[in-house]
Design a protein around this ligand. Structure first.
Ligand code: SF4
Length: 360
């Protein structure tokens, strides 16, 4: 039976079909019962969606054909589509995806074969409402949050790429692409659930890191929700004056509030915490800055990742000199703080931190 009414164009009929991946297992159970199918079909359907990552009902070969057709008349799977793939000389692969409503987002595959580490960096919003001064995404407005399936799809698609190019599945997920994950809170948590639950992809939450620009009350909420993943704070400056200058979000979430929230998070969950610290030339790369940063590492175990900056057109920041960065790291190490210096990757394709912004 056609679902196209007199007033609808075929296109409107398509968009009117319900997005099946917005349905919980319970809702799928009710639907399956309502069309007179046996109860076990609900579990099969759910597995096709979240374990086998099906992109169409036709793929669901253990469901009767008539049932597949019936679902397709009233429901659809709104998968993301690969729009453009760029490969960097250092192996980093950036993919632009097209969402069902035409918006575009980006994900990055960061391979480190020598350490057997293959990380996907996923986006959580189209654009971003925060306005970090060094960030290309922050120069776009926030358009909308992604839904959990759109975040899940980035993992699935980039995992296929990883197998294809490196013969290895992804090992890590970082929520550090476009957008602020804690302002897309329910999609972020729901996508983690889909990636980690046994009914989903069964990835260990210890391999997932959610990164935030620093929203104290949402960090407390993560702790109260007893999340199992690691948390990264994009710190980038170790005093409020400097941090206000580059991250306006700091005006309502100063370092004292953030440290209190992180302390709470650590004591409640015991999960790993790290600081991301982009080294900007003559802004936050002095020995005094290192000493201030060391003071923020006393209350709970924390690892500091110092990141090389990639200049973004329209911003005034430069890349810190390598010698200064090394001296900065030495000061932290001398105080027994765990530090890594990350040479920026994917620079030639704008895939590095703060560079995802849909140039076209
Ligand atoms: S750094 Fe992150 S939070 Fe800040 S503007 Fe860019 S995408 Fe948004």
């Amino acid at each position: 039976m056609s679902h196209i009414t007199h007033n609808q164009t075929p296109e409107q009929a398509v968009t009117a079909r319900a997005d099946i991946r917005k349905m919980s297992l319970e809702e799928i159970r009710l639907y399956v019962a309502s069309v007179g199918e046996p109860a076990f079909r609900a579990r099969q359907l759910y597995e096709w969606l979240w374990q086998k990552s099906a992109r169409s009902f036709d793929e669901m070969t253990n469901l009767p054909k008539a049932f597949r057709q019936k679902i397709g008349e009233s429901h659809q799977i709104l998968s993301i589509e690969t729009d453009k793939v760029q490969k960097s000389l250092d192996g980093t692969i950036k993919t632009r995806f097209r969402l069902h409503d035409g918006h575009r987002i980006e994900s990055v595959l960061i391979p480190v074969p020598e350490e057997d580490r293959y990380t996907v960096c996923v986006s959580t919003q189209v654009g971003c409402s925060l306005t970090c001064k060094f960030c290309a995404t922050g120069q776009m407005k926030r358009v909308r949050n992604l839904d959990a399936a759109e975040i899940y799809d980035q993992y699935v698609e980039v995992n296929k790429q990883c197998l294809e190019h490196f013969g290895h599945p992804l090992t890590n997920v970082v929520y550090m692409g476009m957008g602020e994950p804690l302002l897309a809170y329910s999609s972020t948590l729901e996508s983690v659930r889909l990636l980690t639950s046994p009914e989903g992809l069964n990835i260990s939450p210890r391999r997932i890191t959610v990164s935030t620009a620093g929203i104290a009350k949402m960090i407390i909420r993560l702790a109260d929700d007893e999340v199992k993943f690691n948390l990264a704070l994009s710190l980038h400056a170790a005093d409020d004056t400097k941090r206000n200058e580059i991250m306006p979000i700091n005006e309502q979430n100063n370092l004292e509030a953030l440290m209190a929230a992180l302390r709470y998070f650590y004591h409640k969950t015991g999960n790993k915490i790290s600081y991301e610290y982009i080294a900007f030339r003559d802004f936050n790369d002095s020995p005094e800055d290192a000493a201030k940063l060391a003071l923020l590492c006393r209350d709970f175990p924390v690892k500091v990742n110092i990141i090389e900056y990639n200049s973004v057109p329209g911003t005034d920041f430069g890349r810190a000199d390598e010698d200064k960065v090394n001296a900065f790291a030495r000061i932290l190490r001398s105080r027994d703080i765990m530090v890594t210096v990350r040479r920026s990757r994917g620079r030639d394709i704008d895939a590095a931190c703060g560079q995802l912004a849909n140039k076209e």
